[in-house]
Design a protein around this ligand. Structure first.
Ligand SMILES: [Mn+2]
Length: 313
C-alpha cells in the first residue's frame, strides 16, 4: 500500500467513543474489524490508557490497526508507568510502587485488566514493543519532548525498532540513573525549577517548585514566558530571566516537523510553532480527541489540517 497521508492522533486515555468518532471523521471504516482507509496510515502519540473507562476497546482497536499495517505508535508515559507497575524489581518490589497515588492513577486500567491476569500480561508485553520515537522522512513523533542530546545518548541502548530493552526498565525506574532522566525528558517533558522560594500551584491545586516548559518555542527568556501554564497562572510567575544554571531544551525552528501529545492543551487545536504540533487537547477529560492530517510531500503545516472528535462526546 502506498501511503499518501499520515493521520497523527493525540492521547486517547481509554476514550474509545472519541477514538471511533475521530477515525470516522478522518474517513476510516472498520473492515473485518480493522479500522482502515486506503492510502492512509494513522500514527498514535501514546497514552492509550488510564482515566477513561474503555481501555480494552481502545487497546484492541489500536492493536488491530497496527497488526494490519494501518497504524504506528510511540510509547506514552502512561504505558511506561504501566510496564513498571506490573514488573517486579530485583528486590522483589515493583518497579513502580503500588502506593495509593500510583494505584489510583492506574485504576481504570486495572478495572478492565486485573493485576497479573494473563490478558494483562499480554498487554504489558505489547506496551514494551512501542518505540520511544518515530523518525519518518518528513517528520518525527515522540510522546512529550524531542531532545536531540538525550536521544543521541539513549539511541545506542535502544533496540533496532527504537524500543527500550527489557533490561533497562529497572534503571529507568531509579532516580539519578541516566535512563530515568531520559524517560523523564522524552516521555514526561522537561521541567524548570522556579527561583528559590517561588511555588506554582498546578491544575489540581498542588503547589510545585517547578513548571513544565515550552521546549518547542525558541527565544523564551523569562519564567513567565517559558512555562506551560494557564494564562491565569502565568501572571503569577516571575517575569525575570531564567537562571543561566538551568539547562533549557529548545527545539530548533529549522528542524523537521515534530508531533507530540502529553500537554493537556485546551481550546481550538492550532499550530504552536512553524514546526511543532501538540495533539493533546485533554480528551482524557472533557476535551476533544485531536488529529493532524499530514499529506506526504506537503511543505509546511496548516491549521486547516486539524480534525477533532465531536465536542459533545
Ligand atoms: Mn502523557
Amino acid at each position: 500500500m502506498t501511503i499518501t497521508h499520515y493521520d497523527l492522533i493525540g492521547d486517547i486515555h481509554g476514550r474509545a467513543e472519541k477514538l471511533t468518532n475521530l477515525l470516522q471523521q478522518l474517513g476510516y471504516q472498520p473492515i473485518d474489524g480493522v479500522y482502515q482507509q486506503a492510502g492512509h496510515q494513522a500514527i498514535f502519540v501514546g497514552d492509550f490508557i488510564d482515566r477513561g473507562t474503555q481501555e480494552k476497546q481502545v487497546i484492541t482497536l489500536v492493536r488491530r490497526m497496527m497488526d494490519n499495517g494501518h497504524a504506528l505508535a510511540v510509547m506514552g508515559n502512561h504505558e511506561f508507568n504501566a510496564i513498571c507497575y506490573h514488573t517486579r524489581a530485583e528486590n522483589g518490589e515493583y518497579l513502580r510502587r503500588h502506593n495509593p497515588n500510583h494505584s489510583q492513577q492506574h485504576q481504570a486500567f486495572l478495572d478492565e485488566y486485573p493485576f497479573e491476569a494473563e490478558e494483562t500480561q499480554d498487554v504489558i508485553a505489547w506496551f514494551k514493543t512501542l518505540p520511544i520515537f518515530l523518525e519518518l522522512p518528513q517528520f518525527r513523533v515522540i510522546h512529550a519532548c524531542w531532545d536531540e542530546q538525550t536521544l543521541a545518548q539513549l539511541k545506542p541502548h535502544l533496540d533496532d525498532r527504537h524500543c527500550l530493552k527489557p533490561a533497562h526498565y529497572q534503571q529507568a525506574s531509579e532516580k539519578g540513573n541516566f535512563f530515568y532522566q531520559a524517560i523523564e525528558t522524552l516521555l514526561k517533558g522537561p521541567e524548570l525549577y522556579l527561583p528559590e522560594g517561588t511555588l506554582f500551584t498546578d491544575k489540581d491545586g498542588t503547589p510545585r517548585p517547578k513548571v513544565r516548559v515550552k521546549w518547542w518555542q525558541a527565544d523564551l527568556h523569562t519564567y513567565r514566558a517559558a512555562a506551560v501554564v494557564s494564562e491565569q497562572s502565568r501572571m503569577l510567575l516571575p517575569d525575570t530571566p531564567i537562571s543561566v544554571d538551568e539547562p533549557l531544551i529548545c527545539y530548533p525552528n529549522d528542524a523537521p516537523v515534530i508531533f507530540f501529545g502529553h500537554y493537556w492543551f485546551t481550546g481550538t487545536p492550532q499550530l504552536i510553532s512553524q514546526n511543532a504540533v501538540c495533539l493533546d487537547y485533554s480528551a482524557a477529560r472533557t476535551g476533544q480527541l485531536v488529529a493532524y492530517r499530514f499529506a506526504v510531500g506537503a511543505q509546511g503545516l496548516s491549521n486547516a489540517n486539524f480534525f477533532a472528535s465531536d465536542k459533545n462526546l
